[in-house]
Write a protein that binds this ligand. Structure first.
Ligand SMILES: [Zn+2]
Length: 263
């Protein structure tokens, strides 16, 4: 199977025992507004096409497509430990974060401006996938994720690898003053905000995520970059295009060495 080289992005420095990727809109089989690498059918794309896009993506990473968990993502700080649950390609858990310590299981979040954040214990004993919109970020979803990975792997936050995937950039993330206030009240630094040309406040969502991960004790955070809003050729963006529209999928999983490394 041929996989388009720009169909997903990865972050440097991931533990060898872990596979991960952030999908783009490039290289899939979906058409129209979903062209072409759409990873969710909730806005009207054909389920068949979405599942084919998911299969290609996970196989390209060396992960089993039928062992994927995803979240319904309601901008909460709810996090589910999936170990002991049965995965399905289309199952969505009521949460904004997932954690696992089992090889062969994949965790995914879908986004179209919000940030996907992936975590892994450096020894490969635990991974987490987190959906971080501004509400979840301000409320502490990343802290919950770091705590869950450390508890499962029995490690310190300094032994956790963290990657912040593509989302809406500081260039485009115009927000109301109440959003700035919510972050400042939660202890986030004022340097993550600036005033745009029209005089409205803008937030640096990846910067806020990196800061939160640092506060949680992670020493080095990989920020993949890319603005979903101003790169229509690479990313779906809800803010730019509204619904119906496609979604990116970001995935992490512990490699199953009993299956061999096929990535
Ligand atoms: Zn932008």
């Amino acid at each position: 199977m041929i996989v388009h080289p720009e169909s997903h992005l990865t972050a440097p420095g991931a533990p060898a025992a872990v596979a991960h990727g952030f999908s783009t809109r490039v290289g899939g089989v979906s058409t129209g507004v979903f062209a072409s690498n759409n990873m969710h059918d909730k806005k009207g794309d054909s389920r068949e096409n979405v599942l084919e896009n998911r299969r290609r993506f996970l196989r390209a990473l060396g992960l089993e497509p039928d062992r994927l968990f995803t979240v319904a993502q309601e901008h909460t700080v709810a996090l589910v430990d999936v170990d002991g649950l049965t995965p399905e390609l289309t199952l969505e858990l009521e949460a904004d974060g997932l954690v696992s310590g089992l090889p062969g299981v994949s965790l995914g979040v879908t986004t179209a401006d919000c940030l996907p954040v992936l975590l892994a214990a450096r020894d490969g004993k635990a991974v987490a996938a987190l959906h971080a919109g501004w509400r979840g970020l301000a409320a502490g979803i990343l802290d919950r994720g770091v705590e869950a990975v450390c508890a499962k792997a029995g490690c310190d936050p300094s032994s956790v690898w963290a990657a912040v995937g593509p989302g809406i950039g500081a260039c485009c993330f115009e927000i109301g003053p109440e959003v700035v206030e919510a972050f400042l009240a939660a202890g986030f630094p004022a340097r993550c905000f600036h005033t745009g040309v029209a005089g409205r406040p803008h937030g640096d969502l990846p910067g806020l995520a990196a800061w939160a991960l640092g506060r949680a004790g992670i020493h080095e955070v990989q920020v993949v970059g890319g603005c979903t809003h101003c790169e229509p050729g690479r990313f779906f963006s809800y803010r730019r295009d509204g619904w119906p529209n496609g979604l990116q999928l970001s995935v992490i999983g512990i490699r199953d060495s009993s299956q061999g490394d096929r990535s």
